[in-house]
Each structure stands twice: as C-alpha cells, then as structure tokens.
Design a protein around this ligand. Sequence first.
Ligand code: ADP
Ligand code: TRP
Length: 328
Amino acid sequence: MSKRRVLSGIRATGRLHLGNYLGAVKGMVELEESDKYETLYMVADLHSLTTPYDKEKLQENVKNVVLDYLSAGINPEKSTIFIQSQVPEHTELFYLFSTVVSLARMMHLPTYKEKIAQHPKSSTVALLNYPVLMASDILIYKAGLVPVGIDQEPHLEIAREIARKMNATYGLDFLEPKRFATKGEYVPSLTGEGKMSKSVDGSFINLTDDLEAIKKKLSKVPTDSGAGDMLPKEGGVATLFTLIELFQGTNERIKYEEQYIGSGIKYSELKEKLSEAIYEDLKPIQEKRSELESDPEYVDKVIKEGAEKARKIASETLKEVKQKMGLG
Ligand code: ADP
Ligand code: TRP
C-alpha cells in the first residue's frame, strides 16, 4: 500500500517565528520522522503575492523559508521541499477548482475578512481565491494530513468542501484533508492580544533571535502586579504562562501559577529563565542555519530536486482531473 501523503506550506513573507515553528514546522518534522507518511513541504510564494509585498525581497524571503525548514530539522532525504510557483500544475488545478466554489462562500470566510481589514486597499481577486489555491496545493498530492496552526482551519474546511464536490461531480477520489495539530497550535502574541504573527510588530520572537534579542522582546511583554485571586486568561501574563508551558513544561507553569495565586511572581526572574529556555531550543537551529548559509549550492540543489519530484505527482493528478472534467 502506498504511504499517506502530507503537504504543508508557509508563505514567504519574512523570517519564521515561534508560532510558525511550534504550530507548523514541528508537526512537519514529526510526520517526516514517521514511516507511515510521504511528506511534501513547500514555500507558498504565490500566496505571498496576495498581500502587499516587496518584489526585490521575494527571492530572499523564499530562500529564508527553505533555510528555516532545513535548519529546524526537515530532512530533504525524507521530505520533498519545493517552491510552489515552480510547480505550475497547482495554478492550473486551482482554476479548475474555482469552477465548483461559490463566490458567496469565499466572501464570507473569516480569514478573508480579517485580511481585508488589515489591508483595506488590497481586496483583490487573488486574496479572495487564496483558499482555493491552498486547496489545490493540498489536493494535487491527494494529501490527507496537513500540519498547520489552528488559524488555518477555515482554509482546510474549504479544501474538504472542494474535495467532496469534485468527487461527487466528477468521480474523483480526493481525500478530505485533516489538520495535524501540535501542542503549539496557537502561540499567543507577545503584546498579549491575538496570535503571534509576522505582520504584527512586537508580537513575535524569530527563530534567528539571539539570547539578548529574546530577553529584550520578553521584557516588553505587559505584566501586572504579579499576584491575584484568579489566573489571567488573556493578556501578557497569559502569554507568558503559555510560553512557559511550551518551553519549560507543565510543572514550571503550575509552579508559577501557584506563585501567582500565593506569594506573587517576580516577572524579571520569570522572563530571564523563559528567555534562556527559548534560546536553548533555538540555538541548535541557529547553528544549523549558519552551516547551511555557507553552502548555497546545496540549498539550490534541494529546491531543484524537490520541484522535479513534486511535478511528477502533480502532473498525474492534473491529467486525471482534466480527463474527468471532459477536457480530454
Ligand atoms: P503569519 O500569520 O505569522 O504570517 P503564516 O500565515 O505564514 O504566519 O503561517 C505559517 C504557518 O504557521 C501556518 O501553518 C500557521 O497556521 C502557523 N502559525 C502562524 N502563526 C501561528 C501562531 N501564532 N501559533 C501557531 N501557529 C501559527
Ligand atoms: N495559508 C498558509 C499560511 O498562511 C500557507 C499555505 C499555502 C499552506 N498553501 C498551503 C499551508 C497548503 C498548508 C497547505 O500559512
């Protein structure tokens, strides 16, 4: 029996942060390590064009995502790493999929509304179509499992709807893709509001941040007096507790929570220890990155071979879909 396929992607919009790492990349590494799956990981460069971007920096951003993948532990011997635009079959399938999706469904998607609110002047057709292209990215490999953060769930729902519709209308056999969730499926923002995000200044810690940078960023997380009758459910202190859980473990989090209800927390010490724990996790990733940076030919080879492997699978699916849709 052939292996179940896994597909994931990250947009090339800037340096990866702890949210991307814990919510997506860690899941990607975990699935790669299992023999049960064939894993394909891409850089979603076409999706990067759906919000304002700098064309001079796009290639650099694409390379940076690949470097982040490799340094965070994705192994090109096990996974196919490729750039979305180098597999043009995705965009062709995307068009075919767009024929079974209603305009109303896309316009009411919460992720679309949020993006327009963030970028009111960028309400383009490409942005509206974002989830249809994402469905094509996944279904072109007939992938059943997608390691992404919880914010991507509405997009996966669209992919499942498209799979059902294509199967029912044209007799195809797409799987309905499920999200592979990690413990860090929702990493909160350092500002204490919403999720950690590349597009919100002051919200993130990058995988490339050194200890000093991490300390500086954590020092700005808003806190309170350090004690109270009830644990805060949101805001900066709640963010700190979540990060402690993720980097120092449950026992540490419980210890601090007890201090909060009891004698009180000294945030300067808490932040110092948390910074060190985060850096401890990031240090090997950074060391691997500097090794890879000195070997750009290796990275280019990985990308080239990845595109070839991905195209083989993608072109087969596209051919099958075109045939079943009556395109010969
Ligand atoms: P951003 O919102 O920072 O631009 P992307 O949209 O490029 O990040 O997301 C890339 C991947 O990282 C997706 O799988 C997404 O679900 C995941 N991700 C992004 N932010 C977080 C977060 N704060 N917590 C958990 N996962 C996240
Ligand atoms: N929408 C995803 C994000 O913002 C990126 C993405 C594009 C993706 N295509 C995908 C993720 C396919 C998983 C599968 O991060």
